[in-house]
Unconditional design. Structure first.
Length: 437
């Protein structure tokens, strides 16, 4: 490319940075700018997943890309935002920026049917996980030599790989069935189930239904007047309220154009957490009621066993756990009140907790006539989901015996969890700290 062409691409990048699809995500902006800039400079070595994770998202230089897919998640999101941006244009731009799936190297198309510049012919830039939509079983590649080994495996004829995959599926299935049989007939199963019953006994023994307190996310909606006006101007009459207006920098929104939709929207992770809790309580033959936090009175809280679902989005969680040992200190930080200066900080995405999370499980027994209370709360929605799954998992609860006193069932508990998130769901949970009193 000529310097003039590169300057046009840089100008297009500036426009993308200020467009509606990219203004709302600093990490998508950083990723796109990094990829385009290094493509223009020909820095092939800078366009590998682990290098991008280190340079753009602050991950350690040798971090495990299998456990932390932040680059793949952001790449997929950037591709969607690019498509959204170019579909919104009335006329094709002078140059179109794309990042093809299977690569972190940008490509550029001139005009509507013009030539492609910087064709992605180099396989050295191939993603370590080359698709965004198909599930991939991946062994972490920690060195360049291992990366080359992966490339050699990819070079095996597709027919051979297909037979190997089929054989692998059969083998995995046989092994899974064998392990399932061992687990079903294992003498440890009864012990684990006993620990589950012990953990939940204070809630199950109450004659009152369990109250499930649901957190509601802070969401603003467009006023009816603004939505009707915008929909009419853009011929969106059939969309009702469900559309995203393309707001350019020169469009002004007045306070009357938006309104807070309190107790209306719940994060998908919290919905999954509540569904998991309801399914398990039903299996335990325990009645329950689902309520938003502001719909539960203090009198009901004293007399009914209660489960608080959600962290920052649940005011009841914030109020009733603020004097415990492990507390939420800020958007991405949990602090230990008994050890000043000790904290656990979330280093994940700036705009959502989509690659890792922390969560606190707090179980408070009946005291002074107050019914037992359980809080399952993450810094983000995936932490809340993981914490909910944790408290209904017999094996995980049984493992707590190694970190808690022998008579833990008669004590109040706090459990601090660290969660890895992959493909928008928790995939691993580690107990970081516990406390009983």
């Amino acid at each position: 490319m000529s310097e003039e062409e590169k300057e046009i691409i840089r100008h297009e990048l500036d426009g993308l940075m200020e467009s509606a699809p990219f203004r709302s995500s600093q990490q998508c902006r950083s990723f796109l700018s990094y990829v385009v800039t290094n493509t223009l400079h020909g820095n092939e070595g800078s366009l590998r997943e682990r290098v991008i994770g280190n340079a753009v998202f602050g991950r350690p230089a040798d971090y495990d890309t299998s456990d932390d897919p932040v680059v793949r998640i952001r790449a997929s999101e950037v591709r969607k935002r690019l498509a959204q941006y170019y579909q919104s244009l009335d006329q094709p731009p002078e140059v179109t920026v794309q990042i093809p799936s299977g690569s972190y190297r940008a490509t550029f198309f001139w005009g509507k049917n013009g030539k492609q510049v910087a064709e992605d012919s180099s396989r050295s830039v191939t993603e370590e996980h080359p698709t965004d939509t198909m599930p991939v079983t991946h062994v972490s590649t920690q060195t360049d030599a291992e990366d080359k080994a992966v490339s050699l495996v990819e070079a095996v004829p597709a027919k051979v790989n297909r037979h190997r995959r089929q054989l692998g599926v059969v083998t995995v299935g046989v092994v899974a069935l064998a392990l399932l049989g061992l687990w079903v007939f294992s003498p440890h199963k009864d012990t684990q189930e006993k620990q589950l019953r012990v953990f939940w006994q204070p809630f199950l023994s109450s004659s009152k239904p369990v109250l499930i307190s649901i957190g509601s996310n802070a969401v603003y909606r467009l006023s009816d007047e603004f939505a009707d006006r915008y929909g009419h101007e853009h011929h969106l009459e059939a969309n009702g309220m469900e559309f995203f207006p393309q707001l350019t920098p020169d469009v002004a929104l007045h306070a009357s154009d938006i309104y807070p939709a309190a107790d209306s929207f719940v994060a998908l992770g919290d919905v999954a957490a509540i569904s998991h809790a309801v399914a398990n309580l039903t299996q335990m033959q325990k009645t329950f009621q689902e309520r938003f936090s502001n719909d539960i009175s203090f009198a009901e809280l004293r007399s009914n066993p209660t489960i608080l679902v959600g962290g920052f989005n649940n005011p009841m969680t914030r109020e009733l756990t603020r004097n415990f040992r492990f507390v939420f200190a800020s958007r991405n930080r949990i602090e230990d009140r008994q050890q000043p200066g000790k904290a656990w900080v979330l280093q994940a995405s700036q705009d959502s907790h989509d690659t890792e999370d922390y969560a606190i499980v707090s179980r408070v027994l009946q005291q002074d006539g107050t019914a037992p209370l359980l809080s399952v709360a993450g810094l983000g929605q995936y932490g809340t989901l993981a914490a909910t799954e944790f408290v209904f998992d017999p094996a995980r609860l049984a493992a707590l015996q190694h970190t808690l006193p022998a008579d833990w069932s008669r004590h109040n508990l706090q459990i601090l969890l660290h969660i890895k998130v992959n493909d928008f769901k928790p995939v691993s949970v580690v107990t970081v700290a516990t406390h009983s009193w």
